[in-house]
Design a protein around this ligand. Structure first.
Ligand code: FPP
Length: 245
C-alpha cells in the first residue's frame, strides 16, 4: 500500500507497470554475511518472495515473474539444490491452499520434465487451479533458461511445420512468442536484479528486448516493499521509445 508520507521514491500507483520480473539473487551472500548456511539464505529469500508477491498483488500489478531456479543451477551442491526444491514444494503447497481465496494465479516457466514426481504434481495442480479464474498472476521460472526456452519453442514450431499446422514463412514475432513458456503473458516492463550483479543470466532473453532494467546492491533476502517502490518509481522516470524517437 502507498507510504503514509509522500517520499521522493514513491511511485505513481495509478500508472504501474503491468509486468515486473525479478532475478532473486544474493541469497548465498546474505547467508554468509549472517554466518548461516546457504540453505538459510534461500529460506529467507523465499520469505521475501512471499512478501513481495503479496505486495505486488495489493498495489495492483498484473504479473510478477521470478527466477527461482535456472537450467544452470543444477551445478550447485546436491544438498543446496534439494533445499531449493523443498522450499518450492512448501510454497506451492501453501499457494494451492490459498490461491483461490487470495485470487492469485500461478504459472511455471521452464522444463519441468526433470523434476521429481512430487514437485511436478504440485506444479501441475497449481497450474490447473489457476486456469479456473482470472487475477494477479505469479510466474515462477523453474529449471528455466532463456536459451533453452527459445530452443524448445523452435523445436515445437518445427514440429508444427512438419505436421502442417504451421508455415515457416508466416511466422511472426508475436506468433513465435506463443511457443514460449510465457505464451499469453505480456513482456516484462521492468526487470529487477538485486545483489549488485549487472547481467541477465539467461533470464527472459526473448521477452526482455524492450524491458527497463533496474539494479540494486541490496541482497534479495533484504529486498523490501520500499525497494520495490524505488524500482517502480525509477521505471516511471524512464522514457520508453521502443526504437522510435
Ligand atoms: C540466487 O541466489 C537464488 C537462487 C538460485 C534460488 C532462489 C530460490 C528461492 C528464493 C527459494 C524458492 C523460491 C520460491 C519462489 C518459493 P544465489 O544463491 O546465487 O546467491 P549468491 O549469488 O549470493 O550466492
Amino acid at each position: 500500500m502507498p507510504f503514509k508520507k509522500k517520499a521522493p521514491e514513491e511511485p505513481d500507483f495509478q500508472n504501474l507497470p503491468r509486468h515486473v520480473a525479478i532475478i532473486m539473487d544474493g541469497n548465498g551472500r546474505w547467508a554468509k554475511a549472517h554466518g548461516l548456511p546457504r540453505k538459510a539464505g534461500h529460506a529467507a529469500g523465499a520469505e521475501t518472495f512471499r512478501t513481495i508477491a503479496t505486495y505486488c498483488k495489493d498495489i495492483g500489478l498484473e504479473y510478477l515473474t521470478v527466477y527461482a531456479f535456472s537450467t544452470e543451477n543444477w551445478k550447485r551442491p546436491a544438498d543446496e539444490v534439494q533445499a531449493i526444491m523443498d522450499l518450492l514444494k512448501k510454497y506451492l503447497r501453501e499457494a494451492i491452499e490459498k490461491m483461490e481465496r487470495d485470487r492469485i494465479k500461478m504459472r511455471l516457466f521452464g522444463d519441468l520434465s526433470v523434476l521429481d514426481e512430487e514437485l511436478l504434481a504440485l506444479c501441475r495442480e497449481t497450474e490447473e487451479i489457476s486456469e479456473r479464474y482470472e487475477g494477479f498472476q505469479v510466474n515462477i521460472c523453474l529449471n528455466y533458461g532463456g536459451r533453452d526456452e527459445i530452443l524448445h519453442a523452435c523445436k515445437s514450431f518445427a514440429e508444427d511445420c512438419l505436421s502442417g499446422k504451421a508455415v515457416p514463412s508466416e511466422l511472426t514475432e508475436s506468433g513465435f512468442s506463443d511457443y514460449l513458456y510465457s505464451a499469453g503473458v505480456p513482456d516484462p516492463d521492468l526487470i529487477i536484479r538485486p545483489s549488485g550483479e549487472l547481467r541477465l543470466s539467461n533470464f527472459l532473453l526473448w521477452q526482455s528486448a524492450y524491458s527497463e532494467l533496474y539494479f540494486t546492491d541490496v541482497l534479495w533476502p533484504d529486498f523490501s516493499k520500499e525497494e520495490l517502490c524505488r524500482a517502480i518509481a525509477a521505471y516511471q522516470h524512464r522514457s520508453r521509445r521502443y526504437g522510435g524517437v
